[in-house]
Design a protein around this ligand. Structure first.
Ligand SMILES: [Zn+2]
Length: 198
């Protein structure tokens, strides 16, 4: 089960990872370590944050972490297809595609990357689609619209943009959306890509 990312891991990612480990033989976490846009985490921060999460919580025998050296193009659905083919070529049998895969701002329909796989022929890797994953204070956990229908007052949407903003202000995000160990690591070590980043 391959998982594409360009971010440090938050609890909604973790929810997908665990489902991936349930469905697949193992989880292949494959962060992009090429060029990304200004304001994203740099690659070293992402890899090290993943190491913190894996070492603190995941069964080592089920998880493989390695970087993918390619640029992010923020090409939404087309990039989702590219990402899936690359992971197939790495030997993955399944590929997780969440909400707004390879999107930027609100440019794409958040589910365009799901629809494109229904329109193209079989590319030889099974696409596992996820929709909205969030924290629900009534359920007391990370859930999705398939597993929780509580009203909005109980729901916290998990956004890495908001998390990065909190970290930039020296604030620790709640443990319900970011693991304490990952928060601590990021507060002490995080680097964002800036205009003059090389
Ligand atoms: Zn709920």
């Amino acid at each position: 089960m391959a998982f594409q990312t360009r971010n440090a891991p938050h609890r909604a990612h973790e929810y997908l990872h665990r489902l991936g480990m349930e469905i697949g033989d193992g989880l292949f976490i494959h962060p992009i370590i090429g060029l990304k846009k200004e304001g994203d985490f740099d690659s070293r921060t992402i890899i090290q944050a993943y190491q913190v999460l894996i070492n603190s919580y995941y069964p080592h025998s089920k998880v493989l972490l390695t970087g993918l050296s390619t640029s992010m193009r923020y090409a939404g659905p087309r990039e989702a297809v590219f990402h899936a083919i690359v992971r197939k070529n790495y030997g993955a049998t399944h590929f997780l595609v969440g909400r707004d895969h390879a999107g930027v701002g609100d440019y794409y329909d958040p589910f365009a990357a799901h629809k494109i796989f229904e329109e193209i022929p079989d590319i030889g890797i099974q696409i596992i689609k996820f929709y909205n994953v969030f924290y629900c204070s009534k359920c007391e956990g990370i859930v999705s619209e398939n597993t929780c229908s509580h009203p909005e007052k109980f729901i916290t949407k998990i956004s890495m943009t908001k998390i990065r903003k909190m970290l930039s202000e020296g604030k620790k995000p709640p443990k319900e959306i970011l693991r304490e160990e990952v928060s601590q690591f990021l507060i002490e070590n995080f680097y964002l890509i800036t205009e003059d980043y090389r």
